[in-house]
Ligand binder design. Structure first.
Ligand SMILES: *[C@@H]1O[C@H](CO)[C@@H](O)[C@H](O)[C@H]1NC(C)=O
Ligand SMILES: *[C@@H]1O[C@H](CO)[C@@H](O)[C@H](O)[C@H]1NC(C)=O
Length: 567
């Protein structure tokens, strides 16, 4: 350090100390205002890249959606009405928003206020309805004062008052009003909707709560491609165990005009299809179904196991329809080389299969990315600091996994993604996605089991450091699914997308796994050092082995999420 640098360092240090001291002295004389650290909610979430310009269509991403009798849109601006700073997820509190009337396009009316926990960036939406003055929507006749935070010793900005609109006969409330003063809100704050244009709603995710008061997000009770309930972005309050009666909207004429057209699907898939990262040690990689058929995949028939049949590349000689009655199944050939080759898959030529379907009364599009693996490898058990590789536990021929992209049809934005994990799965909000390339998510397939996760690392199915391992890693082994896909099915487009014959094969894609848990256990015991055997014996049967029992899964079309919502 030369002299000049040293001097400037000392001067800086001196200034910091003196200024800091002065502030401390001033603050003692007149108390300084409390500055709260910024909360995640104070930042508005945005997708990392701008959206493409969609080819023109029938109504997708045009900001307004026709629900038959009612035209709806989304508020894009919100004012904060009240904020708590503790309680709720991560104990960070929640914020209550009023859809801002200045931004609601002319003639649109608010149907419900919005609330979100403070632990995530703001990604709120609130559906507003166009009032064509023909009596489909009406102002409330009064408000019921449901709850307020006056007597609550909570960390909050101001005081919050939650109101339930009292609707005219034959009309229903679709959300609450929130104010920050004791005064009853004006009837102009919200609208009720004619009961025939609504559907039953249910509470979903917890937003916040304090002593007998809770608020939740809502969603239609009945969900799926044929269900017409519309998700509004409003919340429902529960006071003293009583859930308020809040309805959802309904697409009364099953109007599909907000769904993307065939021309709009390609840019949509290009925009959001994820990159799938495989574990660098993944031996059992994905392939196309066609590759599996052409390279030795066989159709077995019960009672004639000695004469399996070669499958045509498009699967047209597979039995169609019927139920999963174990009369047929697919398998790899008995010859061990051919078998080994098939089990490893063919990542270089692998493709995903895309199924597109309407959700929430066609106000959302679900783009389901199906991935096929000829083989699901054996599990690894974590037993404290030891990793015990099972020989066959968890193995099965034929493994179907999927990621669902949920896209908002008002603005074309990706809202969340669903990741299949063994027999269940999880939703990940767009705010929590790791974006890999523009608006494409990075998702991770676990080693051997191929469960999808949103982050690399270890997820243990079990507890106290004992369980089944799901290992994910970000390395060079990946598939950019936007480049390698086949449009498999889009029933809402009529005959525009032709399904391959193998889609209607409804039996198993692998034989019934003949895993004898007892055998597996004894084999592992023999390999373990003596001192570990009895502690291992105590935990083995408590492992969540059930989640591995996805033996040779049946056709993707027979899964409940094909027509229904994800779990
Ligand atoms: C009270 O709520 C209104 C919106 O209804 C908002 O504009 C105002 O900023 C709020 N006041 C405080 C102190 O938060
Ligand atoms: C699959 O089955 C459905 C319903 O039975 C039928 O409409 C469709 O045409 C079939 N698809 C193929 C490719 O055979």
């Amino acid at each position: 350090m030369n002299l000049a640098k040293c001097a400037s360092f000392l001067i800086t240090l001196f200034v910091i100390l003196v200024v800091g001291d002065c502030i401390r002295v001033i603050c003692r004389i007149s108390p300084c205002p409390k500055t709260n650290p910024p909360l995640p909610i104070e930042t508005v979430f945005q997708l990392p890249s701008s959206l493409p310009i969609w080819p023109s269509g029938t109504g997708f991403a045009t900001a307004s959606v026709s629900l038959g009798d009612l035209r709806v849109s989304e508020a894009t601006e919100f004012d904060v009405v009240w904020r708590t700073r503790s309680g709720g997820p991560d104990n960070l509190g929640a914020t209550f928003f009023e859809p801002s009337t200045v931004d609601i396009a002319q003639g649109y009316a608010v149907l419900g206020y919005h609330s979100q926990p403070n632990n995530k960036r703001f990604s709120g939406r609130s559906v507003v309805a166009y009032d064509d003055l023909n009596g489909n929507i009406k102002a409330p006749v009064d408000y019921i004062s449901l709850w307020n935070s006056l007597s609550f010793e909570i960390d909050q900005d101001g005081i919050g008052f939650i109101w339930l609109p009292k609707c005219p006969d034959g009309y229903k409330a679709l959300g609450h009003v929130v104010t920050n003063s004791t005064q009853k809100p004006s009837p102009d704050k919200i609208r009720c909707v004619k009961a025939e244009l609504t559907e039953q709603c249910e509470h979903y995710k917890w937003i916040w709560g304090a002593e007998g008061f809770n608020v939740y997000t809502i969603r239609p009770s009945n969900r799926g491609t044929q269900a017409m309930g519309v998700h509004l972005g409003s919340f429902v309050a529960q006071v003293g165990g009583v859930m308020s009666d809040i309805a959802c909207l309904k697409n009364t004429k099953s109007d599909l005009s907000a769904m993307p057209t065939l021309d709009q699907l390609k840019p949509l898939i290009d925009a959001y299809a994820p990159w799938v990262f495989f574990h660098p040690d993944e031996k059992y990689r994905p392939a196309t179904v066609e590759w599996f058929f052409e390279n030795g995949g066989l159709l077995y028939k019960k009672g004639d196991e000695a004469n399996p049949v070669t499958i045509l590349p498009d699967g047209s000689n597979l039995p169609q329809g019927g139920s999963d009655d174990n009369a047929y199944w697919l398998d790899v050939p008995p010859d061990s080389d051919a078998r080994d080759n098939l089990e490893r898959g063919d990542l270089a030529k692998a493709k995903v299969y895309v199924h597109v379907k309407p959700m929430f009364g066609a106000t959302f599009t679900d783009i389901v990315i199906w991935m096929y693996y000829p083989f699901n490898g054996p599990a690894t058990i974590k037993f404290r600091i030891f990793n015990i590789k099972a020989d066959h536990l968890g193995e099965h021929t034929g493994d179907w996994e999927h990621v669902t992209l949920r896209v908002n049809n008002f603005n074309g934005e990706l809202q969340s993604i669903y990741l299949s994990e063994h027999s269940g799965g999880t939703w990940v909000d767009a705010t929590d996605i790791e974006f890999q390339d523009r608006n494409k998510a990075a998702v991770y397939a676990s080693k051997h089991g191929h469960a999808f996760y949103s982050k690399p690392g270890l997820v243990l199915d079990g507890s106290d450091g004992i369980g089944l391992r799901n290992d994910c890693e970000k390395a060079d082994l990946y598939l950019d699914t936007g480049f390698f896909y086949t449009l498999l099915s889009a029933e809402y487009l009529g005959t525009a997308v032709v399904e391959p014959p193998w889609i209607n094969y409804s039996r198993k894609w692998g034989p019934r796994a003949a895993i004898y848990i007892q055998d597996e256990f004894e084999k592992i015991m023999k390999r373990l050092p003596k001192f570990l055997r009895s502690p291992f014996r105590r935990v083995f049967y408590k492992l969540p082995i059930k989640i591995l029992e996805e033996e040779g899964p049946t056709s993707i079309k027979t899964k409940s999420s094909w027509y229904g919502d994800e779990i």
